[in-house]
Design a protein around this ligand. Structure first.
Ligand code: B12
Ligand code: SF4
Length: 470
């Protein structure tokens, strides 16, 4: 198209986690053998296609403005295509990748490209982000992005775009299905049905980014999206909603309507699902194979201290057992080291995992992300182990570096107890057993456990180095 404006939307690779972990220390000391091993595993992880497609960029690339052409570049798989004279390069910035994103933005701007930055980190820290951008897009950009593209076309872009109101999700904004190279991802079927959360756990900032009110899409639009997507890709669907069962009536209606479409899906839910028998049955009938649930802590003192109030720890085990009985595998995400935790917490976590037969346990170390209340509190209590202004410290290291001092446990004792706990949970034998016993998505459960056996070994290795080096 002659005179067409060309826009490139960039998603960055993360240093760790599902994009493949590397040791913080080998990286520094350039230990050849260890770096080779980690690189091999990283490539293997990529090949097993754990990578989740960038839904934010799929949404933005689906915004249509005549005379503007948008392309997605996922740096996890490809180089930046700098042979094209892009009129605008948009970069999605999360806190864990902010340093990397800003470096890329600076380098592109020095080459004469116009750069727009958006995403969670930009919304939380507009001032720091603004130094690296020609255009800053704060907040959910579903509607504002159209204005940016129109302004680009008319040569009248502004430095800052922001809307006081969250987008009305009940309006139909179809996401185009064929935007991604499907060979790269385990699925291209990523869908979000709603945004915002009525709870305010202090280690999370969803209520800051997306508001305290849960906004939902029109059920007809979601059903249509599932139908359209499945024509292009018959693999599993991933509903990225933070809690897919947060509004029971909505979820009940949506997933009842998905039953005839015969899909398989996984998502994220609260354990309350175990006490919602009707919805649980509908989830199973509509093809739900696995769910991630945020258990966070089984210590009542920790749940209270971090404002995790929406379910009581005594009900958790029963709920998990019910969900598994319905044929749905569970990824249970814990955080060890919260303010009510003591050295007896690991034994309680182990007992809980044995009792509930959790399919994939995730034993996280608290990441006090800036913009969360826990970050502010730890800063006030002088418990942060890094300069709070150094955003590179937040990078997602899969718990490879402690970023704060636990309240009741010394740092060496914490790292020791965390290491013992994770080496008991993540072994090749346990991975095989969990894969075998999983009620749904057996292969994914097996692969995740094997992957975690590697990742947690890396985490233990780095944490021990940290405690003896610092
Ligand atoms: C799916 C998901 C993942 C997946 C995959 C991520 C992926 N490839 O996209 C997995 C499981 C791998 C993951 C991992 C992690 N995640 Co995550 N994840 C999510 C989740 C649940 C959904 C993401 C999504 O698709 N949202 C839907 C889109 C539409 O929303 P959005 O990304 O915010 O995009 C909108 C705006 O931000 C903006 N926008 C975004 N990008 C851009 C770019 C431009 C140019 C513009 C103009 C606008 C713009 O417009 C979009 C449309 O409105 C979000 C929570 C959430 N509700 O968003 C957390 C979230 C993004 N994750 C978060 C975190 C902290 C992590 C981890 C660090 C967790 C951890 N401790 O291990 C890791 C880091 C991984 C990494 N790669 O860096 C935080 C990020 C907070 C922050 N300050 O950056 C979030 C917000 C959750 C939270 N509780 O706060 N995550
Ligand atoms: S952790 Fe989950 S329940 Fe708590 S505020 Fe965040 S999204 Fe809501």
């Amino acid at each position: 198209m002659v005179g067409c404006k060309k826009v490139l939307l960039v998603f960055l690779a993360s240093d760790s986690g599902v994009d493949g972990a590397r040791s913080l220390f080998e990286e520094q000391s350039k230990n050849g053998a260890a770096e080779w091993f980690n690189k091999t595993v990283r490539n293997l992880i990529k090949k097993t296609q754990f990578a989740v497609p960038p839904l934010a960029l799929m949404i933005l690339a689906s915004v249509e403005v005549e005379g503007v052409e948008q392309t997605i570049c996922d740096l996890r798989f490809e180089e930046l295509p700098l042979d094209v004279a892009w009129d605008l390069v948009g970069i999605s910035v999360q806190t864990g990748q902010a340093t990397q994103a800003f470096k890329l933005a600076d380098s592109l701007r020095s080459k004469g490209y116009k750069v727009a930055l958006g995403g969670a980190h930009v919304t939380l820290f507009p001032e720091a982000s603004g130094k690296h951008a020609d255009i800053l897009v704060r907040g959910e950009a579903d509607d504002i992005w159209k204005t940016v593209l129109e302004d680009l076309k008319n040569g009248s872009t502004k430095a800052d775009y922001f809307s006081e109101d969250f987008p009305d999700l009940s309006l139909n904004r179809p996401v185009r299905a064929r935007l991604l190279d499907r060979k790269r991802y385990f699925t291209t079927n990523v869908i979000q049905t709603g945004r915002g959360c009525p709870y305010s756990c202090d280690f999370c900032n969803i209520h800051v980014l997306n508001g305290n009110r849960h906004r939902r899409r029109n059920i007809d639009d979601v059903v249509d999206e599932v139908r359209r997507f499945s024509e292009h890709d018959r693999r599993i669907f991933f509903f990225v909603d933070d809690s897919i069962n947060i509004n029971e009536d909505y979820a009940q209606e949506l997933f009842s309507r998905l039953v005839p479409l015969n899909i398989s899906w996984f998502g994220q839910a609260t354990t309350a699902l175990g006490t919602q028998p009707g919805l649980l049955e509908t989830f199973a009938q509509s093809g739900c194979k696995a769910l991630l649930v945020g258990i966070e802590s089984i210590e009542p003192a920790s749940r209270n201290k971090h404002n995790k109030t929406q379910s009581r720890s005594t009900e958790l085990a029963e709920a998990i057992i019910n969900i598994r009985k319905a044929g749905i595998s569970l990824y249970g995400s814990f955080i060890y080291g919260l303010d009510g935790d003591t050295l007896s917490t690991p034994a309680a976590i182990l007992d809980f995992i044995r009792l509930t037969k959790l399919d994939v346990p995730g034993i996280n170390i608290l990441r006090p992300n800036p913009g969360t209340r826990i970050f502010e509190r730890l800063r006030e209590e002088d418990r942060l182990l890094f300069d709070p202004d150094d955003i590179s410290a937040y990078r997602y290291t899969f718990g490879q570096k402690m970023l704060y001092k636990p309240k009741h446990i010394s740092l060496p004792d914490f790292i020791d107890s965390y290491s013992r706990l994770t080496s008991k949970i993540f072994t090749v034998r346990n991975s095989l057993l969990r894969g075998l016993l999983a009620p749904g998505a057996k292969t994914a459960v097996l692969l995740f456990n094997l992957f975690y056996t590697h990742l947690y070994a890396l985490s233990r290795h780095d944490l021990k180095k940290q405690v003896y080096t610092d």
